[in-house]
Structures are given as structure tokens and as C-alpha cells.
Write a protein that binds this ligand. Structure first.
Ligand code: UN1
Length: 504
């Protein structure tokens, strides 16, 4: 292994894993980073048991004290931002700036959760009965099972964990088997916060946050377990359907954040320079492997030629290469399978009348010949063919043409997914219509901003095949709590609601 990789592993405390069937490779050049043993179903069962006992003591700790643990965690993450960011780059292939950005997103959710730990507001409700008081209170829920994908190997866990913990719940995390080292390093950082919390005199149960290393079978134990009241899963729609069905069968709760097929409408009044920059980050950032990646460009016929020529020029100057090189904008795809899927999608697109305007071809990066590097593709589509309605986790941007805004919105909404969307316009009527009830049907709708790179403060998630879950900001915390309606009678009479008389 090259010394730079070894350094990243050791500074993150994950350099000692040499035996086991789970082989972890860096997408940068295929070097084996570690060999781990997957946990058995019995071990996952035992983790759930330990988590339940952690729940019993954690749920009675006051929420602002729980918030103090998250405050310390945020401090630890600030210190580790550079190191953990590099490990994320090494293990999932996103560029250094995005690796750091992912850790910043973790820090942001910690800050958000600390504030929230002094809120968790309920309601008081006017009772129809004299001498009665009604209120709605939010109670801890129990163990939260978190299943995450390779593309955000740390932040998505942090969104869930920061909220779950301040809400009084333990967490069991099953990360992608492609990125277990980031998970193990995250667990180490979290444990440091626990240690400091204890040293400051606070009681905290063991096993508040656990990591399960393994594949789908390990996740399945969590998904089926009656003592895991909430499963929060991020990944493909195919995975989400399986998880959602299993959890529903046992009447558990699920929070699903699944595939996206995000679009940008570019209108004749758009600031084209700004649009091009937003398109670039949205479509090729993270090598097209964000659930919020821009996949469809819906352009007004009158500006299409101009926009395409600006885009072709911009695409030509994209630097594809090792994500550890600070000059690189596009790193590798996660593996050869992803590359194959991309080629398959491009083939289907051309069979449906699409024309590849640029990219799609492999890039040989010197010294990284085993990585799946590719030039991001621009494809002009005559219509929204089947393949365009499908999320291919790779940098392919399909270009579609419209004549009226109604048509543009119809195209934007006419896909199974409903995560993120945006419009570039300087016309307030167009912008507001796009944001209206007759506009975008997505969970996220932006004006003059690309579809990806959302801040932590807003609720994150989408409709239709995206699964309907909401994570991180706004009132997403409510998914991690049990709602309780409470009525207190402080009178000496016992009136019944609805005026019912029931006396002996
Ligand atoms: C994901 O790809 O699963 O809005 C999450 C964004 C990021 C999160 C993406 N804040 O692009």
C-alpha cells in the first residue's frame, strides 16, 4: 500500500484490519485498504439487546443534557475534519473539498441538534372539560436502525444519530459494505465524545451508538427486529421497497431516503453563466453519485444552442483524476459495476434517439489504472425516454427541450422519483409558479440554485419513489419520537368528553 494511504488509515485509527472476508478497496486505484469480518445475525441480535438496555437509561436523561453529548461530538468532529475528510475521499472517492464538506455537514447537524435539545416543543390544547388540561408531548422512541449508502459514508449517519440521540434514542448503524472504515473511524470519534461526557460527570449507558459491519443480511436482522421501532434507510429505490415492506409488515416506522432524478429548468431569462456553474457542480460533482445529482436539464428551445455550447466548453475543461489531487474536480466511480451501468444507460439512451454530445468514455489516470474513471456525459434527448426516468448513479446529464413553462413542469414531474428540483429564471412569475402547488412535485425545489448541496436546516427528502422520508432540519426530529396526547384532570369531578353520561 502506498504510504499516503497508510497515513490516512493510521491517523484515522483504522489501519489494523487485516483478516476477514469483507475486502475494502479504495476506488482511487483498487488498492486493498482492509479486510474485515462481517457480523453474524446472532451478533446483530445481541447488538439490539444491548441497545434496548441503553435506551432504558438514556431516555430519562434530560434532553438538554443529551444535547451536551452532541455538543462535545461536534467539537471532536471539528478537530478531525481534515483527517476524516481524507478518509472519506480515500474510501468513497469524492474529492477532498467534498470529503471535508461532508464532515462539515456532520458538524452542522450537531449544532442544529444541540439547539433542538432545548426545544422538542409539544403543544397545549384547550380541553372541552372544566378543570382539565390537554397537551401533546414527544417521548423517546427506542432503538433507531440506520442503514446508509457509500456516497455519503458519514454525514447521513450523523444526521440520523445527532437527532436520535437528543431525542433519547440509541442508534445501530449498518453502513455500506463499501465504506466500513469511515464508519469505524466515526465510531471512534463518537466514543471520544462519550468519554469526555463521562469525565464531565454525566452518566451515559454503554452501546448508545453501535456499528454493524456486514452486508444486506446484517441489515435485514435490524429491519425485521420488533425492538427496532424506526429504520432510517438511504439508498436505491429497489432497496427501499424491500426495507419499507419488511418494516411495514411488523408495523414499524421507516424513514426512507431513496433515489432521485433531479431536474433543472432553464428559462429564457436565466443568468446563463450562473446556470452553467450550477449545472457543473450539480451534474458532475461527486462524480454524479449524489442522490441529489442533477440528471435532467430541461431547457427552453430558444436558448438551447447557446447553453449547450457553453456546457460543452465547460465539460471539456473538467479535470478527471485522483480525488486526492487538489486539482481534480471529478474522481472515480465507486467501482467497475458503476462504470458498466453508466455504459449500459448511455447505450439505451442512444437506442432511444439520444445523441451523446460529450463524454461517457473511460479516462485512464496515470498510476490509478484500476480506478473506474470516466468523462462526464452530456446527452441530448428527443424526449423523456425510459432510461431518462431511471436513476443511473453516474455523471450523465440528459438534455430535454421545452416550449412553455407548463410543458417544462410536466416533464420535470413526469418521472417516478421526487427528490430535488430547480429553476433558473429572472422572471418572478416563473419562479413562483415553479414553487406553487401546481409546480415542482419534489421534496426540494430551488430557484437559481442547483438541486444538490442542501443545507442542514431544511427538511431533506423527497416524494414518490424517493420514499417520503424527511431527515436533518425543520421538524424532522419528530420521526425519532413517540407522540403522546396527555389529558390531566385537576378538578374533583369526572366529566366525560362529548357530554356522555355514565353514572351508576
Ligand atoms: C445523498 O446523496 O444521499 O444535498 C445526500 C446534498 C447533500 C446530501 C446528499 N447535502 O447534496
Amino acid at each position: 500500500m502506498i504510504p499516503a494511504y497508510q497515513d490516512i488509515l493510521s491517523v484515522n485509527g483504522v489501519d489494523g484490519f487485516k483478516t476477514g472476508d469483507l475486502v475494502v478497496r479504495t476506488p482511487i486505484d483498487g488498492t486493498v485498504l482492509a479486510r474485515l469480518s462481517a457480523q453474524t445475525p446472532a451478533q446483530v441480535m445481541s447488538a439490539v439487546k444491548k441497545s434496548q438496555s441503553a435506551f432504558l437509561s438514556w431516555r430519562v436523561i434530560p434532553a438538554p443534557v443529551r444535547g451536551e453529548l452532541i455538543r462535545l461530538w461536534g467539537e471532536e468532529l471539528r478537530q478531525e475534519k481534515e483527517n476524516l475528510g481524507k478518509l472519506i475521499t480515500l474510501e468513497c472517492g469524492k474529492i477532498l473539498s467534498e470529503g471535508r464538506g461532508e464532515v462539515q455537514e456532520m458538524i452542522d447537524i450537531c449544532d442544529f441538534a444541540v439547539g433542538l435539545s432545548r426545544q422538542l416543543y409539544g403543544l397545549t390544547i384547550a380541553s372541552e372539560r372544566p378543570g382539565h388540561h390537554m397537551r401533546e408531548t414527544w417521548q423517546p422512541l427506542g432503538t433507531v436502525g440506520v442503514i446508509t449508502a457509500f456516497n455519503f459514508p458519514a454525514a447521513v449517519w450523523a444526521w440520523n444519530t445527532a437527532l436520535a440521540i437528543i431525542c433519547g434514542n440509541p442508534v445501530i448503524w449498518k453502513p455500506s459494505e463499501k465504506t466500513p472504515l469511515t464508519a469505524l473511524s466515526c465510531a471512534r470519534i463518537f466514543d471520544r465524545a462519550i468519554k469526555r461526557f463521562r469525565e464531565n460527570g454525566h452518566a451515559v449507558p454503554d452501546h448508545l451508538s453501535q456499528v454493524i459491519i456486514g452486508g444486506a443480511d446484517a441489515g435485514q436482522v435490524l429491519v425485521d427486529h420488533p425492538n427496532v421501532p424506526l429504520i432510517s434507510a438511504t439508498g436505491s429505490t429497489r432497496m427501499g421497497r424491500i426495507v419499507g415492506e419488511c418494516v411495514a409488515r411488523r408495523l414499524g416506522k421507516s424513514l426512507l431516503e431513496l433515489g432521485g432524478n433531479n431536474a433543472m429548468v432553464v428559462t429564457p431569462t436565466a443568468d446563463l453563466d450562473m446556470a452553467v456553474r450550477a449545472i457543473l457542480f450539480g451534474a458532475v460533482g461527486t462524480a454524479g453519485q449524489r442522490c441529489t445529482t442533477l440528471r435532467r436539464l430541461i431547457v427552453h428551445r430558444s436558448i438551447k444552442t447557446k447553453l449547450i455550447s457553453a456546457l460543452k466548453k465547460a465539460y471539456r475543461s473538467i479535470r478527471v483524476g485522483s480525488p486526492l489531487n487538489p486539482q481534480t474536480l471529478v474522481g472515480p466511480l465507486i467501482d467497475a459495476g458503476s462504470y458498466k451501468n453508466m455504459q449500459g444507460a448511455l447505450k439505451k439512451a442512444t437506442q432511444s434517439g439520444g445523441k451523446i454530445l460529450s463524454g461517457g468514455d473511460p479516462v485512464i489516470v496515470k498510476g490509478c489504472e484500476k480506478g473506474a474513471y470516466v468523462r462526464p456525459a452530456l446527452v441530448d434527448m428527443p424526449h423523456q425516454a425510459d432510461i431518462v426516468c431511471h436513476e443511473t448513479f453516474a455523471p450523465i446529464l440528459y438534455i430535454l427541450t421545452y416550449d412553455t413553462l407548463d410543458q417544462a413542469i410536466e416533464i420535470q414531474n413526469d418521472v417516478p422519483q421526487g427528490l430535488s428540483s430547480c429553476i433558473f429564471t429572472r422572471d418572478i412569475r416563473e419562479a413562483e409558479f415553479f414553487l406553487s402547488s401546481a409546480g415542482s412535485d419534489c421534496g426540494i425545489a430551488n430557484v437559481n440554485i442547483g438541486p444538490s448541496g442542501a443545507e442542514i436546516g431544511g427538511a431533506f427528502g423527497g416524494e414518490k419513489d424517493t420514499g417520503g422520508g424527511r431527515e436533518s432540519g425543520s421538524d424532522s426530529w419528530k420521526a425519532y419520537m413517540r407522540r403522546q396526547t396527555q389529558t390531566v384532570n385537576y378538578s374533583s369531578a369526572l366529566p366525560l368528553a362529548q357530554g356522555v353520561v355514565f353514572d351508576l
